[in-house]
Design a protein around this ligand. Sequence first.
Ligand SMILES: [Mg+2]
Length: 111
Amino acid sequence: MNIKDLQNEVAKLGDTKKRSLPLKTREESEILYWTVKLNEEVGELCNDILSILQLQRASKLERFEKKNFYQEFADVIITLLHLAKHTNVDVERAVKEKLKTIKDRYLKRSS
Ligand SMILES: [Mg+2]
């Protein structure tokens, strides 16, 4: 089976997905937007990390600027804060609670 055969097989299935997302409110749209945006920004950060580790192809390494890495890091944090706002997450509380969980787990293992 080649790619064209696969495309034909998929075409025979028809569109089995819902044609529209069942988002009820503008806030739900915002949450979806910021979730997808966060994934995009994390991908961009991954690209820069690959460049720092010299694992990108030469053409990408030539265009890489370390300044961009810092900006991508900031993009991830800023986008995450937008998502937190729209999902009513208190980031400070969430991080404090998670750090406590990690410390409790780590201290239990090391003692
Ligand atoms: Mg970015």
